[in-house]
Design a binder for this molecule. Sequence first.
Ligand SMILES: [Cu+2]
Length: 174
Amino acid sequence: MKNTLIVAGALLACVTIPVWPSAANPAAKPVVVEIKNAAGQSIGTATLTDAAPGVRIKLDIRSLPPGEHSIHIHQVAKCDPPDFKSAGPHFSGAAGGHEHGAGAPAGDIPNFALVVAADGTAHVSVVAPKVTLASGDDSVFSNGGTAIVIHAVSNETNSGAPPRIACGVISKSE
Ligand SMILES: [Cu+2]
């Protein structure tokens, strides 16, 4: 009797497992991005989930200078320390490099500054409204991926963005 049950269970498992993945729901799995500092050390993660519209970015960061930092999605999936210039300019998305006069690049996160506590940690969540985890020109995975860049301070002036102090590559993990 016991053996019969085990065999039945095994059969059931064989039948069930192939249909287990929820292929009917293409909504992207959370994408975990490792954030590194200028020394190349991991200082935490950014977890990306579909926010439709937009992408929710949940930041769990440590060992950053306290205070306000700006954060954007930059064009190139390359975080070479220490200056992270390799990440390129802000991710422009479907607007490309054209001057549409229609506002900010897709990779901008309006009205948000990453506030790091006195102990160097930050645990916050914010939506980047103009990007997607799906396909297309506004996808954070387009052209081989993009990068999350954290700047030294929050104010971005016309004379150029403040130095980049941390960076994480956004790419499809599969
Ligand atoms: Cu930036």
